[in-house]
Design a protein around this ligand. Sequence first.
Ligand code: ADP
Length: 474
Amino acid sequence: MLGRVIFFSGCLAAGALLGFWLDEYWPEYDAVPIGLVLAAAIWIVLDSARASQFLVWLRRDRMADGGPKSGVWGEFTDRVRRMLRERERQTKESQARLQDFLSALQASPNGVMLLDGEARIEWCNQTAAAHFGLDPQRDLMQTIGNLVRDPGFVSYLAARNFETSLTMPGRDSTPSHPVTLSVQLHRYGDGRKLLLSRDITALDQAEAMRRDFVANVSHEIRTPLTVLAGFVETLQTLNLDESERQQYLALMAQQADRMQTLVSDLLTLSKLEGSVPPGLETRVAVPAMMRQLKNDALALSHVMGAAGDTDHQFAFECAFDGYLAGAPSELLSALGNLISNAVRYTPSDGRISVSVRQRTDGCLVFSVADTGPGIAAEHLGRLTERFYRVDRSRSRETGGTGLGLAIVKHVAQRHGAILSIESTVGKGSVFSLIFPGSRVVPTAALADADTVAGSLSVLQDVPASAAIANSNPG
Ligand code: ADP
C-alpha cells in the first residue's frame, strides 16, 4: 500500500515539476494545477489498466499464470492465486476422502443406499443394487418405491415406522434358490434415509435346519418312548404269564437300545462339530483297522442273521500296509457306519466287498461295495443330511438312526477326505472315502523316519491298539 502512495505521490510531484517547467513557456496559464491534474489522470489510467488486467486474469478458467506482477494489483493477484490454490487442494482432499468413504461403502458386504427426503435414490453400492435388482447409475434419483415393488417393502416404506427391520425376498429369489434379505431404514439429516440390506439366506436356512433338527430329534425319541410307556402300562395293569413278560421286556429293551443308539449318534455328531479337526500326530494302522472292521461286520451280519436270516458273503481286501493320520475312533466310526449300512440294507445272500488301496496320486481309498437295493439318483445328494432316509421302514427295522452318513460326512470333512457315492437301483452301491496323500504314511516311510529320527514312540504306540480300541462312536 505504501508503494501505491509513493507511486501516486511521485506522479503528482512529476506533474507539479512539469507545471513549473511549462510555466516558463506559457506564463499566461497556471500550469502547475494542470500538471497535477494530468499526473493524477495518468495515474488513474495506469491503475485502471492494471485493475482490468487483474479482472481479465480473474475471469480466466486457468489462473495459474498471468495477471499483474507488481504493485497492489500484483499482490491481489498473488493472494487470490494462493487462496484459490489452497481451496483447490482442500477440494481435492475432500473429494479423495469422499471417494475413500464411498469405496469403503462399496466394499461392504451389506447393501447401503442413500435416499433423499422424497425417497429418491441418491447413491447405492453394488451390493444394494444386486439385492434390489437396480442399476446404480441408471436408477439414480428414481423413487425407491417405484423400483422395488415387493408388497412387504411397499407397506414398510409407507408405514414410516423404521424401528424394526423387514425380512423380504431378494430380487433373485426363486423357489429352488430362495434369497432372504433383512432390510432396515434409518433416518438421518434433513429428512434423508439410509437403507441397509443384508443377505440372511444362510442364517435363515440354519434357523430352519435347527427347527427341523429339533422336530426330528423329538419325533425320533417320542416313538420309542411311546412304545416303552405302553409296555410299562401293560406290565403294570395286566396279569401276564412269565413268557409274555419276557417277550414284553425284550421288546422294551429293543426300544431302549434304539434310544441309546440315537443319543449316542447325536453326541458323536455334536462332538464332531464342536472339536478341532484331528491333526497328523495320531495315526491308525490300516491293516489292524481293517481286521477290526471285518470282525464288527461279521458280528453284525450274524446278529441280523439271527433276527432275519441273513447270510452275506464278505470280501475284505487290504492292499495297503501303512498308517492313516487322524482320529482313530472317528475313522473307525465312519468306516464302520458304511459297512453297517451295507450289511443292514443288503438282503440275504448279498455280497459285500470292503477294500483299501493307495492310488497312484497317493490318496488312500476305502471302498464299501454291496449288491443291495441301490439308491435312486435323486436321493444321492441328500443322503448325508441328518435323518434323511430313502427306505424309512428298513432303516428303523434294522436299528438305523438316520444319522450314520451325516457322521461319515463330518469325519470325512475333518480329515480332508471326500465321500463318494455311486449307486444303481437294483444292482447295489459303492461308498468310498478318499483320504488325501498328506494323511497317508506307508510303512516304508515310517522305517525311513525311524532310521533318521530314531524316535517313533507315538507312531508305534497308537496304531495297533487304537485301531481296535473304539468301535463305538459315542
Ligand atoms: P440310517 O441310520 O437310516 O441307515 P444313514 O444316514 O446311515 O441312516 O443312511 C441314510 C439312508 O441312506 C438310509 O436310511 C438308507 O435309506 C440309505 N442307505 C445308506 N446306505 C445304503 C446302502 N448301502 N444301500 C442302500 N441304501 C442305503
